[in-house]
Write a protein that binds this ligand. Structure first.
Ligand SMILES: Nc1ncnc2c1ncn2[C@@H]1O[C@H](COP(=O)(O)OP(=O)(O)OP(=O)(O)O)[C@@H](O)[C@H]1O
Length: 269
C-alpha cells in the first residue's frame, strides 16, 4: 500500500464507534441508546456516578461482554458481530488497564510486562526482554524492572499496568480509574505519561475517572452517563460542559457541588 493511501485508510474511521448500545446484565439495563465516537489520538473520559456502568461500558467496548443491542466498531470493524478469530484480531488493537493494575504478585515488573509477549508471541527471549524494557522506559519505569509488585507504590503499579497493556502493540488504551486513590503529584505524573503517550506515540485513550483535575488536564472530550435515565446525558469538552451545560446534573459534577439538603430552607426548631 502506498504511504499516502495508508495514511488515508488509517484516519478514515474513528478509533472507537459506539452505536446505539444497550448494555447490562441479565434483564437489568444499565445504559441504553448510547452512541459516541472516539477519534484517533483523542483522549475521551467516561464519567458518571458510582455504579452507573462505566466499567461495564469498557468491557462492552473490548468485547468481554456482548451488548444487549447496538454495536461497537473498532477502527471500523464490529467487535460485536466478529467471528472469534476476527474478534481476537480486533482485540489486539486494544489494551486495557483495570482499576487494580492487576499485576502478578509473584513476577517481577519486567516479567509482568513480558507476560503477554510470552503468552501470545513467539519472538525470542532476548527480544521480549528488550521490548518489555522499552515499554517500561516509555512509562518512566525503566529503573523498576527487577522490583516485585509488592514493592511498588500505587502510581508505579498503574504505570507498569499501562506498559503491560501496551505490550502487544495496541494503539488504543482503555484505563479504568488510573489515578484513583493517588496523591495529587503522583496523579499529575500519570496524567503527564498519558499525554506523552498520545503526543509521542499517537495512542488513543478512553479513561474512566472521577478526578476533576485529571479530567481538565487530559480530556479532549467527556462522555457522561446517568444511572437514572440510563442514557448519555452530556458529551463535549469538559470546560464547556462545566460552564455552558444546561443540565444541572452536569454542572453539579463539574463544579463539584454537593446535593441540596432535603430540608434546605426550613428553619430548625
Ligand atoms: N459481571 C456482572 N454481573 C452482574 N452485575 C454486574 C457485573 N459487573 C457489574 N455489575 C453491576 O453493574 C452495575 C454497574 O457496575 P460498573 O462496575 O460497571 O459501574 P461503575 O460505574 O464502573 O462503578 P464504579 O464507579 O463504582 O466503579 C453495578 O450495579 C454492578 O453491581
Amino acid at each position: 500500500m502506498a504511504p499516502a493511501e495508508a495514511a488515508t485508510t488509517v484516519h478514515a474511521e474513528p478509533a472507537i464507534s459506539v452505536r446505539n448500545l444497550r448494555m447490562g446484565y441479565g434483564t437489568k439495563v444499565l445504559l441504553d441508546q448510547a452512541s459516541f465516537d472516539v477519534q484517533r489520538e483523542e483522549i475521551v473520559v467516561i464519567l458518571g456516578g458510582s455504579g452507573c456502568g462505566k466499567s461495564s461500558l469498557m468491557k462492552n467496548i473490548i468485547g468481554l461482554y456482548p451488548p444487549m443491542a447496538g454495536d461497537v466498531l473498532i477502527a471500523g470493524d464490529s467487535i460485536v458481530s466478529a467471528s472469534p478469530a476476527d474478534k481476537a484480531h480486533i482485540q489486539r488493537k486494544l489494551g486495557i488497564m483495570y482499576q487494580s493494575g492487576a499485576l502478578f504478585g509473584s513476577l517481577t515488573v519486567l516479567e509482568n510486562v513480558r507476560f503477554p509477549l510470552d503468552e501470545f508471541t513467539d519472538i525470542g527471549p532476548s527480544q521480549k526482554d528488550l521490548a518489555a524494557r522499552l515499554l517500561l522506559r516509555t512509562v518512566e519505569m525503566g529503573y523498576a524492572e527487577s522490583l516485585m509488585p509488592g514493592e511498588l507504590s500505587g502510581g508505579m503499579l498503574k504505570r507498569a499496568g499501562i506498559a503491560r497493556a501496551m505490550a502487544l502493540g495496541c494503539d488504543i488504551l482503555l484505563l479504568d480509574e488510573p489515578s484513583a486513590g493517588m496523591d495529587p503529584i503522583t496523579a499529575a505524573n500519570l496524567d503527564r505519561t498519558i499525554l506523552r503517550l498520545r503526543e509521542n506515540l499517537g495512542f488513543t485513550f478512553v479513561v474512566v475517572t472521577h478526578e476533576l483535575s485529571s479530567i481538565f488536564t487530559i480530556a479532549d472530550r467527556a462522555v457522561m452517563l446517568d444511572p437514572v435515565s440510563r442514557r448519555i446525558i452530556a458529551e463535549g469538552k469538559p470546560s464547556e460542559l462545566r460552564d455552558q451545560s444546561k443540565d444541572p446534573r452536569v454542572r453539579q459534577f463539574f463544579n463539584r457541588e454537593p446535593d441540596a439538603l432535603p430540608n434546605a430552607g426550613t428553619k430548625r426548631t
